[in-house]
Design a protein around this ligand. Sequence first.
Ligand SMILES: Nc1ncnc2c1ncn2[C@@H]1O[C@H](COP(=O)(O)OP(=O)(O)OP(=O)(O)O)[C@@H](O)[C@H]1O
Ligand SMILES: [Mg+2]
Length: 230
Amino acid sequence: MIEAEEIEASYGGIQVLWDLSMSVSEDDGVVAIVGPNGAGKSTLLRVLSGLHPIDDGRVTVWGDDIGTLDPSDIVRKGFVHVSEERNLFGEMSVQENLEMGAYTRRDALAENLAEMYDLFPVLEERKDQRAGSLSGGEQQMLAIARGLMAEPKILALDEPSEGLAPQITSRMFEKIEEISEDVTVLVIEQHVHRALELAERAYLLENGEIVAEDTGSALLESEHVENAYL
Ligand SMILES: Nc1ncnc2c1ncn2[C@@H]1O[C@H](COP(=O)(O)OP(=O)(O)OP(=O)(O)O)[C@@H](O)[C@H]1O
Ligand SMILES: [Mg+2]
């Protein structure tokens, strides 16, 4: 379980997260974070994965204060963050990228590779291809699969459908649903309606603050979401 309590975060003295409390546990299924551009969604994920410091408040990762952990400890404990940038190794093959994702789980490498090729058959077809030459959708699938190679209990995805054609976006949502049968998925999405339909719980973030928190379906109906997006 990851818990943020009354956190504040900033960039160069400009505060972007304000008194923000949220949590996600391994029993959650899908948890969505939605909100307008610049609301602080990606910053929140960076804080939870130890990539951005907090100025105040507290974050615990399965009970340990995040200040005592480095990013690879957080991965080992079970939280993996697939960032907006994807950060693939473009010159390396698909399979090599997947192997890099397993750096905390060398023991189960072959088994996990087979599982990823089962989940994303297109990656097996292209396992020897350079990651940089994959299509946008394939690269996003590879980034997600690489994250799963670390066997997270909670997988965070920052805009997994960004830049994808509508048909591929639908496939991506199907995959997220499939993944969430085994792993909690904390997802940031621009496709707000689809994300809320899928989410057991959701947070609406505006200007660095959580302004609503509810089940996905309740938030879907709420005036907050309408106001934020119309
Ligand atoms: N590296 C950075 N340096 C300075 N300011 C930053 C940096 N990254 C983000 N910010 C600022 O912090 C605020 C929150 O940004 P963040 O990327 O977390 O928002 P977001 O909700 O993910 O937005 P989007 O939907 O556009 O991805 C914005 O005002 C942004 O300009
Ligand atoms: Mg973002």
